[in-house]
Design a protein around this ligand. Structure first.
Ligand SMILES: NC(=O)C1=CN([C@@H]2O[C@H](COP(=O)(O)OP(=O)(O)OC[C@H]3O[C@@H](n4cnc5c(N)ncnc54)[C@H](OP(=O)(O)O)[C@@H]3O)[C@@H](O)[C@H]2O)C=CC1
Ligand SMILES: CC(=O)N[C@@H](CCC(=O)OP(=O)(O)O)C(=O)O
Length: 315
């Protein structure tokens, strides 16, 4: 029997991507809402409760509203917003982190898909804390490059406007108040004692991300060289389809540069470990619309359905 899926927010950046990924799938029966009714509460409620699984691709407040509309207890929810990521009743949709994460997704009825910046940061920091390599009180910092589609329809329109200010031509740093909405999940999921110092930068290209975490080698509790840390990550993620750990020194193939755009259009995440005996740089490269949003959401769906983990995804 086909699984009935409804995408609440199907006209948005993430919702459209999720829709696209179903076009060749025979196992899915997509319930659609007419565009003029897409914000009509009664119509959304009807479709949510008629579905087996509803994806929420909405701003946080609307996502919470949708969850409150669920009356059919069989309905499962996959939420791409920030609204439920730090709620322990929800599974955090990052199966590669641990068997516990994977199992909670497979058996769960409420799944929160990680934030895009948080995905890159947590992929690097969670394993180090879990395995006692990085102390939980490390004064950690991170910067993150992202394409402008990360800001949804509004930011896409700003960047693609016929006339726009010259500030859009260059990369722009934001979240300078140090209150980015992903900080809470970065701290909670990794087990860090404090929220990281986090500096995101949005630039003039559509999609793709590079999230980096610099570390002092002598402040690690063990494995003090980039070579050993690379081996550690290669082993940690060795069975994963979606996370690839590059060989130590792989950035040399790119003339020493890592680009935010390399994984655009792809659903996997590459990890680079670079640096020297004193200072390391750990980087995650992926697509904010892929492993950073709709790709991760579909991966969670596949795990819940028990089908191929990469069904409908590009690797
Ligand atoms: N873009 C990205 O890279 C990522 C996005 N996310 C998250 O995914 C969610 C969706 O983001 P994104 O697709 O980028 O955002 P968009 O702004 O592109 O799309 C949001 C959609 O939700 C619709 N919407 C707003 N309010 C309501 C409502 N009350 N009822 C029904 N529909 C409503 C909007 O309608 P309208 O078309 O009229 O504007 C729009 O189509 C957000 O929570 C975002 O933070 C997560 C990871 C990455
Ligand atoms: C460029 C840009 O503005 N990006 C967004 C992140 C998009 C995202 O991951 O949003 P959710 O947390 O809702 O999933 C930002 O930094 O707020």
């Amino acid at each position: 029997m086909k699984t009935k899926i409804f995408v609440d927010g199907s006209e948005g950046t993430t919702g459209l991507r999720i829709h696209e990924r179903f076009k060749d799938r025979q196992d899915i029966d997509l319930l659609t809402i007419s565009p003029e009714l897409r914000k009509d509460g009664a119509e959304r409620k009807k479709l949510i409760n008629a579905s087996d699984i509803t994806f929420l691709c909405l701003p946080d407040a609307a996502a919470k509203e949708s969850v409150a509309m669920v009356e059919n207890e069989k309905v499962k929810i996959i939420d791409t917003s920030t609204a439920h990521r730090t709620n322990s009743d929800w599974a955090y949709g990052f199966p590669e982190l641990s068997l516990e994460h994977r199992t909670k997704i497979q058996k769960g009825k409420r799944i929160a898909v990680p934030g895009c910046h948080a995905t890159g940061f947590i992929a690097l920091v969670y394993p180090l804390i879990k395995k006692g390599i990085l102390p939980a009180d490390y004064p950690i910092s991170s910067f993150s490059l992202t394409g402008y589609s990360g800001g949804g329809k509004k930011m896409i329109a700003e960047y693609e406007a016929k006339t726009r200010g010259r500030e859009y031509d260059a990369p722009r740093e934001y979240a300078l108040s140090q209150q980015h909405k992903h900080l809470k999940e970065m701290k909670l999921i990794t087990g860090l004692n404090r929220e990281p110092l986090f500096s995101p930068i949005v630039a003039d290209y559509y999609s793709g991300m590079l999230v980096s975490v610099p570390l002092y080698a002598d402040m690690l509790l063990k494995l003090h060289t980039p070579e050993l840390i690379q081996e550690f990550f290669a082993d940690y993620y060795k069975n994963e389809l979606f996370v690839k750990v590059m060989p130590y020194g792989a950035e040399a193939d790119k003339k020493g540069f890592l680009s935010g755009i390399d994984c655009s259009g792809w659903d996997g995440l590459n990890i680079y470990i670079a640096g020297n005996a004193e200072r390391l740089v750990l980087s995650s490269q992926f697509d904010n619309l892929g492993k950073g949003a709709s790709g991760a959401a579909i991966q969670c769906l596949n795990l819940m359905l028990g089908c191929r983990e990469n069904e409908g995804l590009s690797l």
